[in-house]
Design a protein around this ligand. Structure first.
Ligand code: KG4
Ligand code: ZN
Length: 340
């Protein structure tokens, strides 16, 4: 079975072919991120306009790379939400149109569910990532920061989340405060490589609280005050040290969440970390250092940030369970409605 995945929830336009063994046969991601670097963030209308132009070429390139025709695919899976409404409409309209002219069924996929499946994907020839349930998944991106306790691919409970900003948002806002370019996560990560992560101490919230919850707005405010109080001494090294210390605080806070989740659910067999922030190398190292006695799984770097391969594999699981159900394009559908 071959699935064509389509993902256009933010500024990227992506298409992928994935089979029922979660093997990725092709993946194309066209990003307009560089066009938004001077604005310091995505301009939704501009993103959607660019996606209209490149949607069909991206799909054609993806089919060519897999050596396939559209008629050889068995299912179309598309991100139905959440995301930017105009961007979502480009992807879902394209998927519905392709489905109606070809007769291939189409299924709508919750974007965050796609991230949860990203750690099961593999490139042709790579080893299989066996999911050993119960799986604890830390899902960290620009829009959400969740901890899931999953008992099967489509079953699980949300056991922790953020009270304010998402972890990726904390990276993006921190980068802006530090004067580092958009997108913030990779910039902070790059600057941190030359920095001392112990030079500045940031408050780590809820450290001694049993509840599994996150908050990043205090960290961001502390960074603002640090800059305000040090404008005279700030040089390149100072910025790198501040970036490294800030990155360390975000990652330590995320690891605290994992620790509490494992303490209250010792039956967990694997720890997965997914979403754009899971591309952060320092976070990967910290998770390995702190939870090395457990089986730890990260997606391939290419599957961390938004991509259509994760939508294809999640869509396949949904289709096998529910068939080609009607879906609405929605900016705010909660994932708890999708996982049972
Ligand atoms: O999953 P994703 O591509 O899009 C959303 O669903 O939001 O995640 C994007 C987020 C952004 O906030 C970006 O700054 C962050 O992931 N990110 C990173 C890194 N790469 C992307 N954060 C920290 N370190 C990185 N290397
Ligand atoms: Zn995402």
């Amino acid at each position: 079975m071959k699935v064509l995945g389509i993902e256009t929830s933010c500024d990227e336009t992506s298409a992928a072919i994935v089979d029922e063994h979660a093997v990725v046969h092709s993946l194309v991601i066209a990003s307009s991120q560089e066009d938004f670097s001077s604005a310091g963030g995505v301009i939704p209308e501009d993103a959607a306009r660019k996606q209209i132009v490149c949607m069909m070429p991206v799909i054609e390139q993806c089919l060519n790379q897999a050596n396939m025709k559209l008629s050889e695919t068995d299912l179309i899976a598309v991100t139905a939400g959440p995301g930017l409404f105009g961007s979502l409409l480009v992807g879902t309209t394209c998927a519905r149109t392709l489905s109606s002219v070809s007769g291939i069924p189409v299924t709508g996929v919750h974007h965050t569910l796609g991230h949860l499946f990203s750690s099961s994907l593999r490139w042709k020839g790579d080893d299989i990532t066996q999911m050993n349930f119960p799986v604890l998944t830390l899902s960290v991106s620009g829009g959400h920061t969740d901890i899931w306790l999953r008992t099967s691919p489509l079953e699980g409970d949300l056991i922790g989340g953020t009270r304010d900003d998402a972890a990726g948002e904390a990276y993006d806002k921190g980068a802006k405060i530090l004067g580092l370019p958009y997108p913030g996560g990779p910039s902070v990560s790059r600057a941190s490589k030359d920095g001392d992560s112990h030079r500045f101490t940031f408050p780590v919230p809820f450290k001694h609280d049993d509840e599994i919850c996150f908050s990043f707005s205090g960290l961001k405010t502390s960074l603002k005050y640090l800059i305000r109080d040090n404008t005279d001494t700030m040089d390149k090294q100072w910025i790198c040290d501040a970036a490294a210390s800030y990155q360390h605080a975000i990652n330590a806070h995320l690891c605290d969440g994992i620790r509490k989740a494992i303490e209250s659910h010792p039956e967990v067999r694997q720890i997965h970390t997914v979403g754009g922030v899971s591309a952060n190398e320092a976070l990967r190292s910290m998770i390995h250092e702190r939870f090395g006695d457990r089986e730890i799984v990260f997606p391939d770097m290419k599957f961390c940030t938004d991509n259509a391969a994760m939508i294809a594999i999640a869509g396949l699981h949904l289709y096998e369970k529910n068939g080609a159900k009607e879906f609405v394009t929605s900016t705010s559908e909660p994932l708890s409605k999708v996982l049972s």
